[in-house]
Write a protein that binds this ligand. Sequence first.
Ligand code: ZN
Length: 138
Amino acid sequence: MKSFRKELHFNTKTRRAYINITDYVESALAESGIKEGLCLVNAMNITASVFINDNESGLHSDFERWLEKLAPEKPYEQYAHNGYEDNADAHLKRTVMGREVVVAVTDGKLDFGTWEQIFYGEFDGKRNKRVLVKIIGE
Ligand code: ZN
């Protein structure tokens, strides 16, 4: 069995962002040479997510408004976690959107369902963040 590890790095200009990282993951898969196996992609920070959904801008603005209703960024004082930091909403948004995805690798390709793409969800940006891609198989 082969094993491949790669980190992706992000530093978004805005506090929140949704970035399609499918091309990066496909490049990592090509680099790995693995044809059959599993590909794990996870955020390595607790205020960011990796999730799979549709690459449609209306949906991304829906995510943004929905998450702001569930866990509004402000007022900062509404959260017990805030004080030294002001990112309690980002921890909550990350929990809702998830930490990681696993995609089957079949015949050297990511074996997606219809319209599936992989996204990085940033909820506390303007700082260095990491995403792990780990691929196992043969
Ligand atoms: Zn925090």
